[in-house]
Ligand binder design. Structure first.
Ligand SMILES: NC(=O)c1ccc[n+]([C@@H]2O[C@H](COP(=O)([O-])OP(=O)(O)OC[C@H]3O[C@@H](n4cnc5c(N)ncnc54)[C@H](OP(=O)(O)O)[C@@H]3O)[C@@H](O)[C@H]2O)c1
Length: 274
């Protein structure tokens, strides 16, 4: 950033344009790229895994308790002729994250894209939230993303290239109704700003972008207490289907978004419009 008129007057040499295809469908191709995704057994994480696998990427599906990821990795490999493997990792354990990033790079030889998607919510007002419940959400949703970013970022820096995508939430933008959940909302606001901050920090070697979903029909989608309001608030009158978020992850993971960094994309059926 220039602090004075003299600073900004100094002539700059632009960096070269990227050596990427001009054909847009070619830009979306992921062959030869390695993508790791946390929370990839089901829901939004698996949709992202499926999207990049369908485009030809090799995929590392990270899970914590839901080992259906193991069978799903085999299915993706078979269906799309790619390499895919499941890794168990509790993202709030920094040593486990470090070792799992190392294992992925050991198995696949590199890491091109990391999707920090795992998350959890204990949707309660602060005054009904115990300190342990507060800490648990911070540990998974914020610490977990920081650990993944740190260890994936080290690989990106070493390689001279990389791409981090963070699954945040529309809850980073709004205060949800009718159920108060200030801690979850705050964890998501934190990772959104972390992503923007890293987009600058890593400007020489990696892109960083944020996905902010509204309600999607997954285990973490609208709870029975919120469902009616989710239909009312969404301009499209429903929750999203996970197939409807695949295009966004593929876009951000691929060369189609090569000029995009530090962005935060709301994908919420118009929930946050009013
Ligand atoms: N669905 C929505 O309406 C919505 C809206 C906005 C944002 N989001 C965000 O989208 C992301 C994915 O959620 P989803 O909707 O797809 O629900 P989901 O299917 O329940 O996915 C959550 C994932 O997070 C993983 N996870 C939770 N705690 C973990 C831990 N300590 N270590 C490692 N992994 C852990 C879970 O892994 P295991 O199952 O293997 O334990 C699970 O795969 C979350 O970050 C969520 O906050 C969702």
């Amino acid at each position: 950033m220039s602090m004075t008129i003299e600073d900004c007057a100094a002539a700059r040499q632009p960096r070269p344009f990227p050596d990427t295809p001009t054909n847009v469908l070619e830009q979306f191709k992921m062959k030869g790229k390695v993508v790791a995704i946390t929370g990839a057994s089901e829901g939004i994480g698996f949709a992202a895994a499926e999207a990049v696998a369908e485009a030809g990427a090799d995929v590392a599906l990270w899970y914590n308790t839901n080992d259906v990821a193991i069978a799903k990795a085999e299915q993706l490999a078979k269906a799309h002729g790619i390499r895919a493997k499941a890794y168990r990792c509790e993202v709030s354990n920094h040593e486990a994250v470090r070792k799992t990033v190392e294992a992925v790079v050991g198995d696949f030889g590199r890491l091109d894209v990391f999707v920090a998607n795992a998350g959890m919510a204990i949707s309660k007002p602060l005054l009904e939230t115990s300190i342990d419940e507060y800490r648990k959400q911070m540990e998974v949703n914020l610490d977990g993303v920081v650990y993944c970013a740190k260890y994936a970022g080290e690989v990106f820096k070493r390689q001279g290239s990389g791409n981090l995508i963070i699954t945040s939430s529309m809850s980073a933008h709004i205060v949800n109704v009718p159920v108060d959940q200030p801690v979850y909302n705050s964890t998501k606001a934190a990772v959104t700003h972390l992503g923007k901050s890293l987009a600058r920090e890593w400007r020489e070697f990696a892109r960083v972008n944020i996905v902010s979903p509204g309600f999607f029909d997954t285990k973490m989608g609208a709870s029975p207490r919120c469902l009616n309001e989710a239909y009312r608030m969404s301009a499209l009158g429903r929750q999203g289907h996970t197939k409807e978020i695949k295009g966004l992850y593929l876009y951000l993971a691929s060369d189609a978004s090569s000029y995009q960094t530090g962005s935060d994309t709301l994908i919420d059926g118009g929930y946050t419009l009013p």
